[in-house]
Structures are given as C-alpha cells and as structure tokens.
Write a protein that binds this ligand. Sequence first.
Ligand code: ATP
Ligand code: MG
Length: 429
Amino acid sequence: MNTKLNAVKGMNDLLPAQSASWEWFEAQVRALMHAYGYRNIRTPIVEPTALFVRGIGEVTDIVEKEMYSFTDALNGEPLTLRPENTAAVVRAAIEHNLLYDGGKRLWYTGPMFRHERPQRGRYRQFHQVGAEALGFAGPDVDAELILMARRLWRMLGLRDVRLELNCLGQPDERQRHRAKLIAYFERHLEQLDDDARRRLHSNPLRILDSKNPALQPLIEGAPSLLDELGAESREHFDGVRALLRAAGLDFRVNPRLVRGLDYYNLTVFEWVTDRLGAQGTVCAGGRYDGLIAQIGGKPAPACGWALGVERVLELLGQDDALPPPRAPDVYLVLAHAPALERAFELAEELRAAGCSVLQHVGGGSLKSQMKKADASGARHALIFGADEWAAGEVALKALRDTQGAAAQQQRVPLQPVGELLRLLGIGAA
Ligand code: ATP
Ligand code: MG
C-alpha cells in the first residue's frame, strides 16, 4: 500500500495565499537594510557540526537537543542543518577575510532548523532575518541595531512589541557572578528542577532563562549580574541607554535577560510581545565580542540580532495588518480563436510596459472566461471578440471600480497600444 507523503512535522509549506505576505515582508526588510547600509550575505544551509558546537556553546538548548545533525554518507563528515546563522556569518567573514579593511554591516534571511516541539510560533523549520555588525566595539552600533528593529516595526505597522535590555558584562564579571549564582542556587537545591540541576555547574546563568513557572520566584531573588559590572561595562551600558533614550525609545532593563546562546557579552536585548503566549520573543540579539576569536578569526567585536519571521507575520495577521495578495492588472479573454497569436503578442507588449497580465488558456465560452476573469481579482478584462477583431480593436471592461465612464465596456484600437495603456492607467510605454 502506498502511504501518503506529507511534509515533515513542524516544517511548513507556504502556499500562495500566505506567500504574498512573505514577499511583502521581505521587500520591507530589504528596504530597511538598504536604509541602514547593511549588505546581504548568503551562506549554506548545512555547516560542519563543530561550527555550532564551538560557536553556540555545548551547554545550550540548541546544541544539546535541537540540532539536526548527520554524517555525510559519502565522506563521514559531521554536518548540521543551521539552527541559527550568526556562527555561519562569522565563519564566512573569517574565511573570506571580510574585516581586512574595517567593520562590516551584514544581513541575511532564510530557513533555520531546530528539533523542537512544534506549536504556534515554534517550528522545526522556521525563518529568521538577521543583522550583524562585525568589527565595531562601541555602544553606538548596539543602539543602531536596536533602532533599526524599531524602524522595521514601524514600516510593518507592528504594534505592541517592547524592548527589554540587559548588560551581561565581560567574562571576568560573569565569572564572579557565576560563583555567587552557584552558591545561591546550591542553598536552594531542593527547589531546582532537573534542567536547572544539570546546569547548575555547567551553565548556571542559563537557569535564569528557564521557562518553568515554578522556578520564577527563586530566579527573581537570584544575585544580579548588574551588581558585578565594572566601570567599563557600566559605561557601555549607559552609552546604549542614553542613545536609545535620546531617540525616544522606551525600554525596560531586565536583569534576568540572559539569552539562550553562550556567546553574548555586554548588551543583550529582546523585543517581546504578550500576544504569542510562551513564544513571546519576536527578535533577540546582543553583543558577541568573543565569538570571532572563538571560531578562529582575529579577535574583533561584533553585535547583531535575529527575528523570527513566522512570529512577526503571526502578529501582523492578528492585527489584520497584512496586505491582500496582489491581483493581476488585466485578465486577457480570448472569445475569437483566430486572434490567439495577436493576443499573445499584446500580452507581451503590456507586460513590457509594466502591466501584470493573466492570459486565459484552454479555451471555453466567453461566459466561463469572464467568470475566471472576475475570480482572478484583475481590475480589467481585455476581450478579443469576433466583431472587435474584424475592426482591429479589442474590448476593455473594468471589473472592479465599476463607477463612472470606466464601468462601460469600450472598444480600443489594438495598434498602437498607447491608448490602451493610458486607459489601463499604465505609464507611457
Ligand atoms: P525561544 O526562547 O523562543 O526558544 P530562542 O532564544 O531560542 O527563542 P533565538 O535563537 O534568539 O531564539 O532566535 C531568534 C528568534 O528566532 C527568536 O526570538 C524567535 O522569534 C525566532 N525563533 C527561534 N526559534 C524558533 C522556532 N523554533 N520557531 C519559530 N521561530 C523561532
Ligand atoms: Mg529556543
């Protein structure tokens, strides 16, 4: 028996009804990146497993249990479907020596893969847009990246996302904090869950990121990393905050914001919403000054963020803020078979002039073709009928805004097409 083949669980097909929103979203993203001088980078979807183990950190959700890893059947190389793209962008920057003449501002978009329990806003193949500024050390670039995200929300008309901000300091400050954290959690060992106990000595900071509600009171009382910050870290954090305030951006300092990846230092942030349940983080990022050296490059500072495309579109969908799918300008009806070749030619002329033309194929009566024209959403039908054809003309009928003169069907000369383009509202050919 043939079993039905379906998509892999947690991996979604994007059908035309949705992909229109995705195309619109991607166009906004491209405009945003251009507005800030960020340039696109495209890296492979598969990378050596070691890149993520080294880049993301061994004791993280991603590396411990979420990666799609396999060995290349041909040469035995350990490979992984990318669960995120920062490590790969850094790998590419090192491999191609991109930083040789100074800092680089880069952006990417594409699918990421994590073996998680699928639910709304959490999939096994999902999509991110990310921006990475490599080679810049100051709080100015942190602020730039954050304000860039705000601009995107504005361009999209996305409401109700707010910024949470924290400073993770530098490794020595984290080390001091780590010792205090371990001591604190050891005093409350009986309250920890299995995950937290396992992480207590390997990565206690991550306990602060736990989503277990039972742990929240304990986490609230934990020693704050902010108390361990030295003068330089403080100055950096103050710099970011001052720039955000000057730009009129409200934010909340959340000392328990630690992020799920190991590589962050100093600034970390999340854009969050209350409208996606437990999947409330729409965009997350921060500074990762140690990562480039960790992956084998010449030490250089870096900062970036990644947003979840599905989550952003889900929010926009809730607000009815997604644009309708784009309909063709013209549906071309062929009610007189001898006109077929000229119909093809006209369709090409109109397209060359920037018009979207859906040409009827497969024959059928005038009535059934007009039904299809209507259902297509096109603004106009262009009809090749026997009478018009004999007179060297074509009939133009408005299908939508059926008010005033445009409502009537009118006959227009086939040659030259200028008059037709004018009636269609298309600029001179
Ligand atoms: P979460 O805490 O929700 O698991 P994360 O900290 O693992 O998120 P990041 O690795 O920082 O997420 O990825 C950046 C963004 O990518 C997230 O804020 C979210 O919007 C999106 N994202 C992460 N994992 C998924 C997923 N499995 N499905 C859909 N979107 C995701
Ligand atoms: Mg996660």
